[in-house]
Design a binder for this molecule. Structure first.
Ligand code: 5GP
Length: 125
């Protein structure tokens, strides 16, 4: 089921549980603002999810309500994870699905980081 991003944040969503350590994840990176872990169903050789630690449903919610510190911290974390994964020179793709048309399934903002191989067309239909 896809996410209605206009609804309030659900603290029982799966990524909130991962952030609280209630369910396991394969950690890639963590700092004050962000947590990164491997996607359970990788769609590319490298497929990492980066989430802000704050309670934000989507990019829309985050870009509206997050503090400048949270936004800067999160954006820097995404860049650092890609850099530390040696993806800058070969290249990588970032994706944040927002709501129904994009197929967002987890109601906690996450950026997908894909890389490690050529990634094909920008949009698959
Ligand atoms: P969305 O469609 O919301 O942009 O992407 C959700 C992503 O979360 C999917 O790629 C899916 O494989 C991943 N995912 C869902 N549940 C879990 C989980 O419990 N652990 C991990 N590591 N990834 C998950």
């Amino acid at each position: 089921m896809t996410v209605d991003v206009t609804k309030p944040y659900d603290p029982d969503n799966i990524f909130a549980k991962i952030l609280r350590g209630e369910i396991p994840s394969k950690k890639v990176y963590e700092d004050e603002w962000s947590y990164a872990f491997y996607d359970i169903n990788a769609q590319a050789k490298t497929h990492i999810l980066i989430v802000p630690k704050g309670a934000y449903v989507s990019w829309d919610d985050f870009s509206t309500k997050a503090s400048a510190e949270e936004i800067a911290g999160f954006v820097r974390a995404v860049g650092k994870v890609a850099r530390d994964s040696d993806l800058v020179e070969p290249g990588y793709r970032l994706l944040a699905n927002v709501g129904h048309h994009a197929g967002q399934e987890v109601p906690h903002l996450h950026v997908h980081l894909f890389g490690g191989e050529p990634l094909g067309p920008m949009i698959a239909r």
